[in-house]
Design a protein. Structure first.
Length: 423
């Protein structure tokens, strides 16, 4: 690999910022569900933020294709770090943080995700030989989920604190020599902001050689987005694969931010340690997936892997809709990590092989835009009072089953033609 040092530094920066970022994104939904008890307010805000990302996602994809990916990382890290540091400073000064400022941090982080992850994959593709795409995607998944695993573990401890020399984590109690109170949200934001600036400094050190010189389209935002759409129109089966294979990711995002905290509180009737530990188990599954998936489903078996993963997680979503068990819940989180990460690795590798680097940002922004519409639809459904009352949130997983199985069917029906479209 030509740019090995550049890839290592990119991963290091991603680990450092991703750790505190992950803790913040675990803490924010729990803050609204449990601390200030405003789940509907958070759901409505999440709907609005997701709607805004529909437009931002389209723009982000064209930015990735038009400008230096390294510079984009530097700019986004500086902006996010500055805003979150300001919110944290406000919280320390007033000894409390307005829910609107907490939502601002959530919005900024979601907007950053829309640039960061497509840019990370596109930058990796830009500085990596084609033969190493599968390895690169697996490494990104392993690195990202290892970070999320530690974020889940740390969040479980920080959100609950320690008393009587005991901490609760992963459904178990452990002896711990220190006692401390649960961290306030502005303290978590301070850690988040600091890591953005550390990440910025690391990215500044990255030096690389482009593997392939590409012509960059410099037309208007509209024209650049339409060019991505036109590319996919001419390649129907790439579009089918990119669209339907994205559905697990769509449901998982809504599940993490809306369903999960309410499910833990109202159906399982458990606390922050179980909620945060779910991220830990999810990440273990994702790490496993990152190591083994591309080896098991290599060559022309990527689509088969996606269909198997959709079917497997659908079975467990069905089970946790009716069975109240913390351990079954953790097993499902583990399997969700395996399946969602596995689909992402297979999907990204397929699209890397099928779509040229100079248009990948625009093409993926088309998929992202459709995916956002699906998420808006799901958030709209789960904001209905029925899901907010009692333990009815459990039925949301049945909707996930319907979404995934209805996506697996067209993939299976067009199996041969989708495989042929990759090369």
């Amino acid at each position: 690999m030509k740019n090995k040092n550049a890839v290592y530094l990119l991963f290091l920066a991603n680990i450092i910022s991703g750790l505190a970022q992950g803790i913040s994104m675990i803490a924010i939904p729990w803050y609204f569900i449990e601390i200030i008890e405003k789940p509907k307010f958070f759901t409505y805000c999440y709907f609005i933020i997701t709607f805004l990302t529909f437009f931002w996602g389209m723009y982000a994809g064209t930015l990735i294709d038009r400008y230096s990916r390294k510079k984009l990382f530097l700019i986004t890290n500086f902006i996010c770090g500055t805003i979150i540091a300001s919110v944290s400073a406000y919280g320390f000064y007033n000894q409390s943080t307005s829910e609107y400022l907490v939502i601002l941090v959530f919005l900024i982080t979601i907007f950053n995700y829309n640039v960061h992850y497509p840019n990370l994959y596109a930058f990796g593709q830009e500085i990596t030989e084609k033969k190493n795409y599968g390895k690169l995607n697996s490494y990104i998944e392993i690195q990202g989920q290892s970070t999320s695993m530690f974020a889940g573990a740390i969040a479980a401890i920080l959100l609950t604190g320690s008393s009587n020399d005991i901490i609760s984590f992963g459904g178990f109690n452990f002896n711990f020599p220190l006692n401390f109170k649960a961290w306030d949200i502005h303290e978590i934001f301070l850690m988040d902001a600091i890591t953005y600036f550390i990440s910025l400094l690391i990215i500044m050190l990255i030096k690389y050689v482009k593997i392939e010189k590409l012509n960059i389209e410099t037309g208007s935002l509209y024209n650049r987005f339409i060019s991505g759409l036109n590319f996919l129109k001419k390649r129907t089966y790439i579009f089918y694969f990119g669209l339907f294979s994205y559905m697990l990711f769509a449901f998982t995002l809504v599940q993490i931010h809306i369903i999960l905290p309410i499910y833990v509180k109202n159906f399982l009737q458990m606390g922050a340690d179980v909620y945060a530990s779910s991220e830990f188990y999810y990440s273990i599954g994702a790490i496993f997936s990152g190591i083994f998936v591309i080896r098991v489903f290599k060559n022309n078996y990527k689509l088969l892997g996606v269909i198997i993963f959709f079917t497997t997680i659908s079975i467990f979503f069905y089970l946790i809709s009716f069975i109240n068990s913390v351990y079954l819940f953790f097993i499902t989180c583990l399997l969700l990590g395996i399946t969602n990460a596995g689909v992402r690795v297979l999907r990204t590798t397929f699209l890397f092989n099928a779509i040229p680097n100079n248009i990948i940002g625009r093409a993926t922004s088309v998929f992202s835009s459709i995916n956002i519409i699906v998420r808006l639809f799901l958030i709209g459904i789960f904001s209905i009072s029925f899901f907010q009352s009692g333990d009815n949130i459990k039925y949301s997983y049945l909707i996930g089953v319907v979404l995934l199985m209805s996506s697996a069917v067209p993939l299976a029906l067009n199996y041969r033609k989708i495989i042929e479209s990759e090369n």
